[in-house]
Unconditional design. Structure first.
Length: 390
């Protein structure tokens, strides 16, 4: 085995920058009709992406295999992101801050990461390729694939990690065997242990030979056994072969037709089960019918309350003074039913209506100057009022 000296340099590796990943996903989205199974890239599509990324700004030129490996890695990250979003113990997913884990949620997050190690990078960091994967592999489809699937002989880790571990284990076994110049060995099954019992069987045979007294009847018995038992292994298959044609000859056309009928019944039963399974899958994969949100869907849960408070700080502070923003936040905390109304009035197209609703809840709508345009992102100027307290 040739050893690498210190003067020799290792070959350059493929390096994927953030822009390279964006370019890769843009090509995948453009050719999503030819993608087939989103779990992997086809060879022609990987070659097309490699040609798009070459020549590289850094590292070795991109190859189709390296593109496929990089896509599998990003797909595993997307699976981890969807798992975080489906977990009700965390705040809503933030594209910039990821899971947005606060110190209060640190213990819950650590327990989750202990079982889902691939989610660790997204504690307070977003996933830049979120929109691209949502288009080619939606969250609803990915969540359905992970439910009700039986994977035998798998541990608590994810499927991609277990496959990588098995590949690495096979490589380690092959490399250790090549270093010793021996083929890889496998553990023999339990019944091979009986083959090592020859030493135990020879000891009682040698003891009678040493005595030499009862040696005369032993050869006689062995001869009788040889004469009677030698044809037994060959005679048993012969009896089976002789009995076989007699059994088949006794079969009548009626018996053969009944066997064909039984086979047809089994086939029809299997076909019926397949049709029922197809019907259930179609019902599960069908998009839900649009309906108006029910009161139970708009309950002021802690997650929705935090989302409403963040929206007030981000969107309402551009036109509403700080003291009114804080007053409106206090109202949301004290009156939880107001959170549901505030969420229902989110309308990015008709901004003026939602802002009028907020001013009416604050009781200052009558102090708004006549003709003031609420659609502008400028701080409002209210008319003075003697009864209004700051």
């Amino acid at each position: 085995m040739r050893m690498r000296t210190s003067l020799e340099r290792s070959p350059p590796q493929c390096c994927y920058s953030a822009q390279d990943l964006v370019t890769m996903m843009e090509v995948v989205v453009r050719h999503k009709d030819q993608l087939g199974d989103p779990a992997g890239l086809k060879g022609f599509l990987a070659s097309l992406i490699a040609a798009e990324l070459n020549p590289p700004c850094k590292g070795a030129p991109k190859t189709a295999s390296s593109v496929q490996a990089q896509f599998r890695k990003q797909k595993a990250n997307w699976t981890a992101v969807v798992g975080i979003e489906n977990n009700s113990g965390f705040a809503p997913w933030d594209k910039e801050r990821g899971a947005n884990i606060t110190p209060e949620k640190a213990a819950v997050w650590d327990a989750y990461v202990a079982k889902n190690k691939s989610a660790k990078p997204f504690r307070n960091c977003g996933f830049p390729l979120y929109d691209y994967f949502e288009e080619i592999l939606p969250k609803s489809v990915l969540a359905f694939r992970g439910k009700g699937v039986f994977r035998p002989m798998t541990g608590a880790q994810e499927g991609d990690d277990s496959e990588d571990d098995e590949d690495n284990a096979d490589k380690d076994i092959a490399s250790s065997a090549s270093d010793c110049n021996e083929p890889p060995r496998h553990q023999s099954p339990a019944w091979d242990i009986e083959s090592g019992s020859d030493d135990d069987t020879t000891e009682p045979v040698s003891a009678p030979l040493a005595s030499a007294a009862p040696a005369t009847p032993a050869p006689v018995q062995l001869r009788k056994r040889g004469a009677s038992e030698t044809p037994l292994p060959s005679s048993r298959p012969q009896k089976a072969r002789i009995a076989g044609p007699k059994h088949t000859a006794s079969q009548t056309p009626a018996n053969r037709r009944s066997a064909a009928d039984r086979a047809e019944e089994r086939f029809n039963a299997i076909n019926g089960h397949l049709q029922e399974t197809t019907t259930v899958l179609r019902e599960l994969l069908a998009p839900p019918a649009p309906s108006a949100p029910t009161p139970t869907e708009l309950l002021a849960t802690p997650a929705r309350l935090s989302a409403a408070v963040r929206r007030v700080r981000k969107f309402e502070s551009v036109w509403l003074p700080d003291y009114l923003c804080m007053q409106f936040t206090d109202m949301l905390e004290q009156h939880r039913e107001l959170v549901a109304s505030y969420i229902a009035n989110w309308d990015d197209e008709n901004v003026s209506y939602g802002r009028q609703w907020i001013l009416r809840k604050l009781g200052v709508l009558d102090r708004l100057p006549y003709g003031y345009d609420l659609s502008e992102n400028t701080l409002i100027v209210l008319l003075p009022s003697q009864n209004f307290e700051y």
